[in-house]
Design a protein around this ligand. Structure first.
Ligand code: AMP
Ligand code: MG
Length: 408
């Protein structure tokens, strides 16, 4: 990517949608092309690289939806019918003998010549081994026809589908032992700040524990990324430059901290030297400042350092970018309207994402929405969106995005 973007706008804040559109356009311009063929058991969380086409009809033959009796309707005139065969799932039946019925079990192939199945609850087996049917029959009842679910040659999943338990179950139903998937996206995680110490080590004066590293490493693994832990980077330009230069073989460098307004911005300085930098002031709270650039061709996203800002900007902006790099089409988290269980009297010029949870059919917000407070997000079940310039009151409709939609 050649274009040099230097967009430091003093006043105008970039709307969240615009930032997302730009990031997705950048992702679309740099798709991962390598395809790997992996066993179904290894495909969890991967992204389908090619359309999946059914190689057979589903079901492959007409089968019984019930435990009961298969018969030809025309043979049933009110007289009991003898049972000429028993058909279990997994066994091939004989053609149905005229004037008889077949005992049949769920999932077993319907014998040639039968045109309906009656469930055993509506049939009486007499002492003489003959069956009487208690209710009127209708053609094809309780028969799952061949190809009802899927026809051979039909596309059942498009390239770009993320493979979870349900998708893998469908691939298995169709007999695919292996799938073509996009290679994993490789992401380096970098925490910047002189104040940071890894958990488990003693804290010195003025120091805090590094929470973003763990937050992002765990999150990226859940998103199916290959993760490179680039550790803590001190606030120093030469070290920043050297560190970025070391991370040449990743698809994205994801950094946190050092992008706040007013702070010496070493990440920004290093990217500016390398020629490509965009500094965005987003209309989002928490998380106003966000950096995008390239260092020697490697994309870099710099998220704000406050843990709740990291959470919100990663979830709403970096996550969709990473999914799109792998070709995922559907990157928008599902959200739904809920009645507000709070008053928001002061309209903001940034879109707020409040840590919130659902109680008694309403969205309640955590009492402290400071961007440094990760505890708010542990209490919460998701984010509630308060649009720019709005003042929702108790009972007004607000949009809720569950964490479950963002974390996987
Ligand atoms: P910065 O963007 O570097 O100015 O950081 C903003 C705030 O987030 C400061 O209070 C930092 O100490 C804090 N912060 C930055 N990075 C981390 C991190 N990795 N873990 C916890 N807090 C952080
Ligand atoms: Mg910092």
């Amino acid at each position: 990517m050649k274009a040099v973007v230097e967009a430091i706008q003093a006043s105008a804040l970039m709307p969240v949608e615009q930032a997302l559109d730009q990031l997705l356009a950048l992702a679309d311009a740099a798709p991962l092309r390598e395809v790997q063929t992996v066993a179904l058991a290894e495909a969890q969380g991967r992204v389908l690289a090619t359309d999946l086409v059914a190689s057979l009809d589903l079901p492959p033959w007409p089968n019984s939806a019930m435990d009961g009796y298969a018969l030809r309707m025309a043979d049933w005139q009110g007289q009991p019918l003898p049972v000429s065969q028993r058909i279990f799932a997994g066994h091939a039946p004989q053609p149905l003998q005229p004037g008889t019925c077949a005992r049949i079990f769920t999932g077993a192939p319907v014998p040639q010549g039968a045109d309906c199945v009656e469930m055993q609850e509506n049939a009486v087996l007499g002492d003489d081994g003959r069956v009487t049917f208690l209710q009127a029959l209708s053609p094809q009842q309780n028969i799952r026809p061949q190809g009802q679910e899927t026809r051979k040659g039909e596309q059942v999943m498009a390239a770009g589908t993320r493979l979870g338990p349900i998708e893998l179950g469908l691939a298995a139903t169709l007999g695919h032992g292996h799938l073509d998937v996009v290679r994993k996206v490789r992401v380096a995680v970098l925490s910047t700040g002189d104040e940071l110490v890894e958990p488990g080590l003693p804290l010195g004066p003025g120091q805090i524990y590094n929470s973003n590293r763990q937050l992002l490493l765990s999150w990226l693994l859940r998103l199916g990324c290959d993760v490179v832990d680039a550790g803590i980077l001190p606030d120093d330009l030469a070290r920043t430059r050297a560190c970025l230069a070391d991370l040449r073989d990743v698809d994205l460098i994801l950094s946190t901290g050092g992008v706040s307004v007013g702070e010496a911005d070493y990440l920004g300085a290093a990217l500016r030297e390398a020629g490509e930098l965009a500094l965005w002031k987003l209309a989002i709270k928490p998380g106003k400042p966000l950096t995008f650039g390239h260092f020697q061709g490697v994309p870099v996203i710099g998220l704000p350092g406050n843990p709740a800002s990291t959470l919100v900007t990663f979830g709403l902006l970096a996550r969709p970018y990473l999914l799109r790099r792998q070709g995922v089409a559907a990157v928008t988290p599902l959200s739904f309207p809920m009645p507000a269980g709070f008053d928001w009297p002061k309209p903001g010029n940034r879109r707020e994402y409040l840590r919130a949870r659902i109680e008694q059919g309403q969205v309640r917000i955590y009492k402290n929405q400071s961007s440094g407070v990760l505890r708010s997000a542990v209490w919460a079940e998701g984010l509630v969106e308060v649009l720019e310039g709005t003042t929702p009151k108790q009972g007004d409709s607000v949009r809720f995005i569950p964490f479950s939609e963002l974390l996987g």
